[in-house]
Design a binder for this molecule. Structure first.
Ligand code: FAD
Length: 294
């Protein structure tokens, strides 16, 4: 047994293929994959990782491209930290591993409004805080009241929103791992909230390639123009490298047609960037996080 996982109560796997855990269905193996049983287990893992000088990476899996060589070190999946609880004054606390769809349902059932904009975002609450996930209707920064972190020393610390900085699809948080977040919502009608979520989900189904494996938007919007619009105007819809394809439905999505490798996706990304730059002079920046060895 690797010393980094000694005494953990959660699930531990070795040489685990990360393609099973990413929405892209792409990714080489993690040396060690851990699903901590709870917050204590997570703190222990962080402390032991630091002692053993092993790199730790949190994977939600819906906005990342894991390269084909996989990840040397420990990959953590927080799926078992998935509780939500209602607190006074329309506040909800969610653990970092709860999926946004479940958290939205939790809030809607209690008549708590403020997350409808996130309908269709499949990430975990922790990943959505880190990325300041958002849509044209809103983003995470508008809801977060405070976050609970596990510091690099493995201690639990709580931080009010005034300690945090949110920008377009990124955040500046204290160092460490997001363990949970308090969200300030507002009371509303459960029926109305559920209806807005349904309407927005329908719109997303019509405009995004949700039936094919993908990792959400690949590029950030470089200003008033959307990345998708620029890629479409450059004639790149349907462009392929191997089984990686610029979606014919939404040009800022790359889909995996079946057997795509990370190398295919990175080659396609490079081609899109080159072509858009040559046509418009604009440089596209990645929204997607690319990790792992080639
Ligand atoms: C079909 C589809 C639609 C999508 N639509 C949208 C959309 O409309 N808007 C949008 O913003 N995004 C969208 N996404 C992308 C994605 O869901 C979000 O970016 C989300 O915030 C990523 O969450 P995740 O848990 O999957 O994190 P990951 O993608 O795995 O991780 C993103 C980064 O956050 C870090 N991270 C994750 N969890 C933690 C944690 N607990 N503590 C510290 N670091 C952490 C990771 O290490 C990584 O660096 C979509 C994705 C898909 C597949």
């Amino acid at each position: 047994m690797h010393p980094v996982v000694a005494g953990l109560r959660g699930d531990v796997r070795y040489a685990a293929p990360l393609s099973e855990f990413t929405s892209f269905r792409i990714g080489g193996p993690a040396d060690v994959l851990v699903q901590p049983a709870d917050l204590d287990d997570l703190c222990r893992l962080v402390r032991q990782g630091r002692r053993a000088r092993v790199p730790l990476f949190v994977l939600g899996g819906t906005n990342v491209l894991v390269r084909d060589g996989g990840i040397a070190g420990v990959v953590m999946i927080l799926a078992r930290l998935d509780r939500a609880q209602e607190e006074p004054e329309a506040v909800v606390y969610g653990e970092a591993g709860i999926g946004m769809p479940r958290l939205m349902q939790f809030a809607a059932r209690r008549g708590l409004s403020g997350l409808e904009w996130a309908a269709g975002i499949p990430g975990t609450l922790g990943g959505c805080v880190v990325m300041n996930a958002g849509t044209k209707l809103g983003d995470m920064s508008r809801a977060v009241k405070a976050v609970r972190m596990v510091s690099p020393a493995g201690r639990i610390t709580d931080h009010p929103v005034s300690d945090l900085e949110f920008r377009y699809r990124r955040s500046r948080l204290p160092r460490g791992i997001v363990a949970g977040a308090w969200l300030q919502l507002a009371s509303g009608s459960p029926e109305r909230i559920t209806q807005s979520v349904k309407d927005y989900l329908r719109y997303r189904k019509e405009t995004q390639p949700l039936t094919q494996p993908n990792a959400g938007c690949v590029f950030k919007n470089p200003g008033p123009q959307t990345a998708g619009g620029l890629i479409e105007q450059a004639g790149l819809k349907g462009c392929r490298v191997g089984d990686a394809e610029v979606s014919t439905k939404h040009a800022n999505f790359i889909v995996n047609r079946g057997q795509a490798k990370a190398a295919d996706v990175t080659a396609l990304i490079a081609k899109v960037k080159r072509t858009v730059k040559a046509r418009t002079g604009l440089a596209l920046d990645l929204e997607l996080t690319v990790i792992g060895a080639r």
